[in-house]
Design a protein around this ligand. Sequence first.
Ligand code: DGY
Length: 436
Amino acid sequence: MTKENLIQTAKTVLNNNFNEDKGFTIPCEGLYPFQWNWDSGFIAIGFAHYDAVKAKREIEALLSAQWENGFLPHIVFHNDSDTYFPGPEFHLSKLHPLASKSHRTTGMTQPPVLGFVLKELYNIIDDKVDTLNFIKANIDKVFDNHKHFYTHRDPNQEGLVYIYHNWESGTDNSPIWDDIWATMDPPHYKFERRDTTHVDPTQRPSNREYDYYLHLIEIAKAHNYDDAKIAELSPFLVQDPLVNSMLIKSNAALIELYELIGDNADKIETLKQWQTKAIARFNEKLFNEKLGAYVHYDLRNEKQIEFITSSSFTPLFAGIPNEAQAKIVIDTLTSKFGTEAHYLCASFDPESDRFNPKKYWRGPIWINLNWLLYKGLKTYDCTDLAKRVKDDSMTLIQKYGFYEYFDPRKDVKDNAGYGGHNFSWSAALFLDLLKS
Ligand code: DGY
């Protein structure tokens, strides 16, 4: 396919997945029939290149389901669908007294990308006056969301926020969580999987893994999604480098945008305080000298989880490492993930025996993580490696199409695009990478 044809196809994917009536975009048909939080952020960046109205509607639709305490849920169930499990009747977000009154949602969140997405929209869309007006109308909601994170998800007040569910990390079935599952013994729930009717089950989490996922939600539901209770009781309580990097990058973007808007000295001051504390603690607590990478911290069991994932490189995007740390992290990326055998960047350490190149977040390449890595490497002037990440992303899309994830092995003979097809953020970020 020529570049022009690919651009056209990417726009068709996004337009077909956009729900005109409700103003949001599904990640892909069948598999994910609702609005997902961080998907929407990346999708808005794609729309910004050719349809500013849709970009803005996407963000507004997500924010319309914000809870009264600032919390932003991971899924908004704008519509009914029987193609997905677990749906709104399982999550029952209304158990929380401050949940959205107008929308059914989940009671968990996802990596907080909206702050830097607003900044991206400002940079991309030509009409700066109109875009800044849109940002003015919405920025306080994003600020309130950050406030919720720092107030309710940081029990030690150390500047790092926790997640209580693997779905909050975005990296759903990463091998990172295996050791946490080993501390749990949930019931064998009876439920009907829907994802495996759309996608080859070998590319999706196992049924037993779903027991863990559902059990964590049941614990939260038993306490009406109360953050303090979850912090006290959830067997899964993790400080995730990806989630915290997105928050830190979004803090920085909010500071810049408030400065552009003017008149918000108090919020800028608060953001700067969060930022200084967060970056210092991140470098202290999540950097692992031995592995030469940032890692996850298991707050429930008080220890680092010593594995390298594509999340380990996201601090580059947020400008967190100093020059020396950045060099170490980039050396690890090159030597372990960037060998001749693999496209960049596998979602899990290819040298580990937990690596699986076909299974969702246990090895495959994801375009959004590549986009974060590309931008991060550019921030640290690693132009050649950044170009390699971009070229590899383009090659995979050109060879296989707009899949949800891709096999990182270069010698795969068959189709190496896996999961959902016509996947929105792959299309959206392809459009952005072309212009970056
Ligand atoms: C899923 O259902 O696999 C989703 O990624 C959860 O957010």
